[in-house]
Design a protein around this ligand. Structure first.
Ligand SMILES: [Zn+2]
Length: 73
């Protein structure tokens, strides 16, 4: 069961967890925010903050999705 911390509870706002590896992103780590047009509020667990390294493949995916917002994954 995936845990995204956004449904039915108080999301931890101080530290984001990387959506790819689910590990907290600490202050010293590089992170990047990736927005999927198909998931504007992050409820599908796609739009959000990733470690920069973890987010690289998602960034490519987001680019494809955002060019084709009608595509479903
Ligand atoms: Zn990560």
């Amino acid at each position: 069961m995936a845990y995204f911390g956004t449904i039915g509870g108080e999301p931890p706002r101080r530290h984001f967890s990387c959506l790819a590896c689910k590990q907290p992103i600490t202050d010293g780590q590089h992170s990047t925010r990736i927005e999927f047009q198909s998931d504007p509020d992050g409820s599908a667990g796609l739009s959000g903050v990733y470690h920069t390294a973890c987010g690289r493949p998602y960034q490519s995916l987001a680019r494809v999705v955002n060019m084709n917002p009608w595509a479903r994954f």
